[in-house]
Design a protein around this ligand. Sequence first.
Ligand code: IPM
Ligand code: MN
Length: 338
Amino acid sequence: MKLAVIPGDGIGVEVTEAALTVLDAVVPGVDKTSYDLGARLYNRTGELLPDSVLAELRGQDAILLGAIGDPSVPSGVLERGLLLRLRFELDHYVNLRPTKLFPGVPTPLAGNPAIDFVVYREGTEGPYAGNGGVLRKNTKQEIATEVSVNTAFGVERVVRAAFDGAMKRKRKHLTLVHKNNVLVHAGDLWFRTVNEVAAEYPEVTLAYNHVDAATIYLVTDPGRYDVIVTDNLFGDILTDLAGAVAGGIGLAASGNVNPSRTTPSMFEPVHGSAPDIAGQQKADPTAAVLSVAMMLDHLGLTEEAARIERAVGEDLLSRSGPSPTMAIGERLAKAASS
Ligand code: IPM
Ligand code: MN
């Protein structure tokens, strides 16, 4: 297996190191190449994602990413020029974000509800497409637009992926989240697409929620969700909330997936680079470790992925307080290898 590693910025570096310790224990001998992309490279050379690096990344089986973003670089530069460029160039049209409340993990929700759902966040379109601009900048008449791009092709492929995902789950229940009472053009395309594709999946039950209502249900009744399919920006916001209700963003893993496997998929914790605690071994590497498990699952190493998930579950149940990042990594490596 050929793996590209992009530790990136801030706590990305230390959580990636801990996650690789777990990977090495479970799947020895992976051919890893580390790429120093992010704020260090940008501040040194002005480069974000050199073409030669992108070409090399295309030849890998998968990519493991830590986190991107640093206060030394203006907001948006690394996000657009590196992270989003990777998602777009490698056509990661499914941003897969599972949310599970592990036993023993405290949730801010009353009554400790069961939470186990997965969000299929569209990954290459929507307001993230960079379509928009500004008129009369720095005047009182300034007009800024960010036009959400939704193509029949782009919506259908992520919707199909979500139905396929629903078929692999026990409940087989799919919820479309959008805002079709206001965003009538894109909302209608999403709504029609889900209903058309649904004809091919008679076992999957359907629901629709407006995104604002979905934020209420995620807090008051998260058990209603099994699979959620939604656009890029709604998915971004919902999955931070999902992370918060399921014990914190430090546990939330994700995969930027190209289900057709024509390019390597990229796995990363949902959390950011947390510069305020970077380099202090304070970050919880669990999200990065679970991202490794998602990666192994994607590559067909399902037994190895399950061993990591099991080790994480047992570890979360027996935690009594915080541990240094690397100590958690070593603990999980030991537990997952036996
Ligand atoms: C995420 C992040 C990114 C996003 C940012 C850093 C561009 O918030 O992975 O959820 O908005 O997709
Ligand atoms: Mn986000």
